[in-house]
Design a protein around this ligand. Structure first.
Ligand code: FEO
Length: 400
């Protein structure tokens, strides 16, 4: 695939394309593959690389660099982020050019020592540090936890280019290089945000605040199209996607319920009533037709999560585990939990779901409850009291 690699005079895309990739990182489905973006910036005095590529694509990466000039004339490489899809060719780069200097954050330096078994010429950078390449300046903007602790952006003020690492990226491999050359990839852009960036909304807001007032003509992310159509909109749009959820006047609880025979749902109704007696706003969601986006939104708004699960084959059923897996895709507002459910003859699900919540550092103020088959009036009363106790805990938490 032949493309024009020049972003502007002296700035080149040295990335690689992987249009056939079906699942990124063995985790995320891709409709049209991905790209591993890397860049070369040539000043009058020095030449810099920004990131490398996944190791499997090293040959193509070095061929590209060779076309742009001798490798031993490259002075430095900026490592915006050490995840192997961007640092995979770094060890070979050091072997080919042992004099190359590495600029990165302290966290990145520590990670590189774990990733690469080679002496490293590292220089740890701080917020606002600059390197003068001769007519082109690289300025570092720390952006920790977008999405690793090591992350930073690099800004090139003369050309108003922001090398943004994973932020503003997409797993999408189009024919050209720039967003204005491609079909609509907004679905991939949003999916990437939701799956990779979303757990770090607060950090995104901090990073966007740092760059929102910078003049930016081009955003050069580490995956997907280079953004030049409306880079400001991309930056501000990230801020909007990462906006804090609306504030609630009252504590808020999410109840997720799976109930094949209606018994766990009966329990959920009583739990809800108990919560509401303590002024808790309750959102009920059924897991039978799971609204994943809605659950994520509510996890970010709610102070507590209550899970109603039946036991099937000595386990919580797959939809319950799928919902519990969503907990690591967001930063929940509150980590107060509780579990209840109906069962037939063993009833392991409540305990297993409690262990999942506890493993994610949830506080479980009330031990889980489970009842056989159809809950009796006494069982329903116990569910009401379960909800009351959680509600009292939440109300007390808000007061304290
Ligand atoms: Fe694309 Fe976090 O690596």
């Amino acid at each position: 695939m032949s493309i024009d690699r020049e972003i502007c005079p002296g700035v080149f895309w040295t990335g690689v394309k992987n249009p056939g990739l079906k699942i990124f990182d063995e985790l995320f489905l891709t409709r049209k593959g991905t790209t591993y973006n890397a860049y070369l910036v040539r000043g009058t005095e020095k030449v810099a690389l920004i990131d490398t590529v996944k190791e499997a694509f090293s040959d193509e990466y070095f061929q590209t660099i060779d076309q742009l000039g001798p490798l031993d004339k490259i002075d430095l490489v900026v490592v915006n982020h050490t995840e192997p899809d961007h640092s995979g060719a770094l060890e070979e780069l050091i072997q080919r050019n042992p004099n190359i200097q590495i600029y990165c954050t302290r966290a990145a330096e520590n990670f590189l020592k774990q990733l690469i078994d080679t002496p490293l010429n590292t220089h740890v950078v701080s917020e606002g540090d600059e390197i003068d390449l001769g007519g082109k300046t690289l300025r570092f903007i720390l952006a920790p936890n977008l999405h690793w602790p090591d992350t930073m952006f690099t800004y090139l003020p003369e050309d108003e280019i922001l090398f943004s690492c994973d932020a503003f990226g997409a797993h999408y491999c189009g024919e050209g290089l720039f967003d204005d050359e491609m079909e609509d990839f907004s679905g991939e852009y949003r999916f990437y945000f939701d799956t990779i960036m979303r757990p770090f909304k607060e950090k995104i807001r901090e990073a966007v605040a740092k760059v929102a007032s910078l003049p930016v003509k081009v955003v050069c992310p580490s995956h997907g199209p280079v953004l030049r159509r409306d880079p400001k909109k991309a930056i501000l749009g990230y801020g909007e996607m990462a906006a804090a959820p609306p504030l609630s006047d009252h504590p808020r609880a999410l109840i997720l319920t799976l109930s094949p025979h209606g018994n766990t749902r009966t329990m959920a109704g009583a739990v809800r009533k108990g919560l509401e007696e303590y002024g808790i706003d309750v959102v009920d969601m059924a897991l039978v037709d799971m609204d994943e986006a809605g659950i994520r939104d509510e996890l970010e708004r709610c102070d507590a999560l209550l899970v109603g699960t039946p036991t099937i084959n000595r386990d919580a059923p797959p939809p319950v585990w799928k919902a519990l897996a969503l907990l690591s895709t967001v930063t929940p507002k509150g980590r107060v939990g509780g579990v209840f459910g109906s069962y037939g003859w063993s009833g392991e699900a409540v305990k297993l779901a409690e262990e999942r919540l506890a493993g994610l550092k949830y506080t479980l103020p009330v031990p889980g409850i489970h009842f056989r088959f159809k809950p009796t009036d006494d069982d329903v009363q116990a569910c009401l009291e379960f909800g009351q106790k959680v509600g009292r805990f939440l109300a007390g938490e808000q007061e304290s």
